[in-house]
Design a protein around this ligand. Sequence first.
Ligand SMILES: *[C@@H]1O[C@H](CO)[C@@H](O)[C@H](O)[C@H]1NC(C)=O
Length: 197
Amino acid sequence: MELVSRTVVLAALMAFFGIVLTSAHSDHYAYEKEPNYWYDLGQQELQAALRMKQQGVAKNLILFLGDGMGVTTVTGGRIWAGQQHGLYGEEHLLSWDKFPFVGLSKTYNVDSQTTDSAASATAFLCGIKTRQGVLSVDGRAVRGNCSKMAGNEVESIMNWALAAGKSVGLISTARVTHATPAAGYARSPDRNWECDW
Ligand SMILES: *[C@@H]1O[C@H](CO)[C@@H](O)[C@H](O)[C@H]1NC(C)=O
């Protein structure tokens, strides 16, 4: 009895304040309840994948990195963006949801299960896994020790592009000496050595 009255009070308060709760169990669209909607959608996506042909070889490359932007963050972003368009959100497609290919990576490094930006930037810009906190040096280097650095430096994709006669550029919304952008052009046994003071 008490539970019922509490529920009634809660419902009245929610109605008063105009609170609407949405959850995975609320109904979406009527057409989503028809099996044919999903079969057709599956066929459309399959046919689009079959029609896809390689369009020659890429001439240039833009690597766009969202810091911390894993699958769950992207899912949250997709739902939020869809809701800004008056949708439920889950059915929305972000621009890169329409890209033809997707790849996933394992982001551990050589001395840590959860990588930091310096080691992960060294991985995706230089192609090697290394230690936590070091920039563009391999796992034989020791964080914070200059004497262990010589001979353990690696080249980044920016160096490879320059060697192939390309122009390169780096744009960052963080300061350019921050770990993620810095691995593109700097080598350091410690990500925090951004300047002398
Ligand atoms: C750096 O490495 C050298 C060579 O192994 C060692 O002698 C020195 O004590 C290390 N310095 C620090 C600060 O750990």
